[in-house]
Design a protein around this ligand. Sequence first.
Ligand code: SME
Length: 130
Amino acid sequence: GILRGVCETLHQERSAYDWVGFYLAEGEKQELVLGPYVGARTEHTRIPFGKGICGQVALSKETLVVPDVAAEDNYLSCSTDVKSEIVIPIVVGDRFVAQIDIDSHSLGRFGTSDRSLLQKLALALAPHFA
Ligand code: SME
């Protein structure tokens, strides 16, 4: 599917995009469900809204860049290799429908160019979830 293709392309074309995946909103349950991803297996297949970086973005509907995950209180660790993370919401109208989650083994990997590219991608993908 298109989501798997997006994960593979980002993982391959960008240095140190070490884990790239989608979480999909389950609105009735107020939970995120793991969708297609590339990278290490994760135990976080379901995440309540509000929990971790991903869960915070489900509520705020704003991109969150975490330069150093060790400095975060509300963080769900997948692997001790992960040092920084970015999560970009996908919104249809004002409904949060999914998010792109990227982990890096490098500290401070995600900057303004990552953010702007990924936000454009999220906009382009929104109709897929409508
Ligand atoms: N680190 C995320 C959990 C998902 S894994 O990175 C794949 C978080 O804190 O929400």
